[in-house]
Design a protein around this ligand. Structure first.
Ligand code: PHE
Length: 341
């Protein structure tokens, strides 16, 4: 055992340090050279066998070797730490400029859209929303609206009866009665809501929606009614549609009319939507029958009113070109997503 052994140990150690490519293998080198049972410790043990006078010099040399090794070790350790950090950073790099995953935003149902737009249009004319129960008393749904007990619309084939005195409301008109009993004229109300009729095919659903409009005031005429309907339809179709009245009959209005609008698809020229007629049937309307006013304790000599109602699904089918009413209730996202704004 002499100094050259120590030099050799140091050289070997330094060589192994430079060749270490990871903190792990570098640490293994450290354990091997200066660890408790490492090569240097062994050399130190061998020191015991040296002649006494050689011991201090050998001990000093061994210390120098240890320090030189440690210095090189620390430098390499720092370099490897930096290297591994850089590798990790570039591996885990996040490109914050990449576009995010597309999120599906919820949208309104086409029926909800038409209700929303009808309500907005009528709001601008001073009408406010009223509601009523879907399970309605016979009196509000029929009797007070001057629909006599033998009227065909009471037939079991049209009306869902709940019991002898209750029905699923067949239209939103009972809300006219509820509003007139609740507030004194003048009044302007609208009533969007779900209604029920025992009927089902491509254009009829047993549960659909209507919106009702009612105005009670002095000197109300058919002209006011027509102007109101024209305004609402222009807002809904966002185009200059024409409105025409055709004589009709409803027990709760007198005179009564059905109203059509010029086809918003072809501007009245004739197309598939209007079946080449240039006109589309929208709903029913008229001046409130004095009998209905009297049933609500309103003096029909002083007050007159107009009322109208139309189907929301029918309106949505025209507005969006939908051919089958059943699509509204199928909850098919491919259908519904087309109405997102
Ligand atoms: N309630 C009628 C229906 O469901 C529509 C209507 C409302 C007619 C108001 C006149 C006045 O067919």
């Amino acid at each position: 055992m002499d100094h050259s052994t120590l030099d050799q140990l140091l050289n070997e150690g330094l060589e192994a340090i430079t060749q270490s490519e990871s903190l792990k293998s570098l640490y293994d080198v450290k354990v091997k050279i200066i660890g408790k049972n490492g090569l240097l410790s062994e050399a130190m043990k061998a020191m015991g066998k040296l002649p006494k006078e050689e011991k201090p010099a050998f001990g000093k040399k061994a210390n120098e070797v240890k320090q030189a090794f440690e210095k090189a070790y620390e430098e390499r350790e720092e370099a490897l730490r930096q290297k591994e950090l850089h590798e990790r950073l570039s591996e885990e790099e996040i490109d914050v400029t990449l576009p995010g995953k597309t999120q599906f935003m919820g949208g309104r149902h086409p029926v909800g859209l038409v209700i929303q737009e009808s309500v907005a249009a009528l709001n601008r004319l001073g009408f406010s929303v009223q509601t009523g129960p879907q399970i309605e008393e016979d009196w509000y749904n029929f009797e007070a609206l001057n629909i006599p007990p033998d009227h065909p619309s009471r037939d079991m084939q049209d009306t869902f009866y709940v019991d002898d005195t209750h029905v699923l409301r067949t239209h939103t008109s009972p809300i006219q009665i509820r509003s007139m009993l609740k507030s004194k004229p003048p009044l302007r109300i609208m009533a969007p809501g779900s209604v029920f009729r025992c009927d089902s095919d491509v254009t009829h659903s047993p549960n659909f929606h209507q919106i009702e409009g009612l105005l009670v005031d002095r000197k109300v005429s058919m002209a006011h009614l027509k102007a109101t309907i024209s305004f609402v339809l222009k807002e809904l179709f966002r185009s200059k549609v024409e409105v025409r009245f055709r004589p009709s009959f409803f027990p709760f209005t007198e005179p009564s009319a059905e109203f059509d609008c010029s086809c918003p698809m072809c501007s009245g020229k004739g197309c598939r939507v209007c079946k080449q007629t240039g006109w589309i049937e929208i709903g029913g309307c008229g001046l409130v029958n004095p009998k209905v006013l009297e049933a609500c304790e309103i003096d029909s000599k002083e007050w007159q009113g107009f009322a109208f109602g139309f189907g929301i699904e029918r309106m949505a089918m025209i507005k969006y070109g939908i051919g089958d009413i059943r699509l509204f209730n199928e909850n098919d996202l491919r259908f519904l997503r087309q109405f997102q704004k």
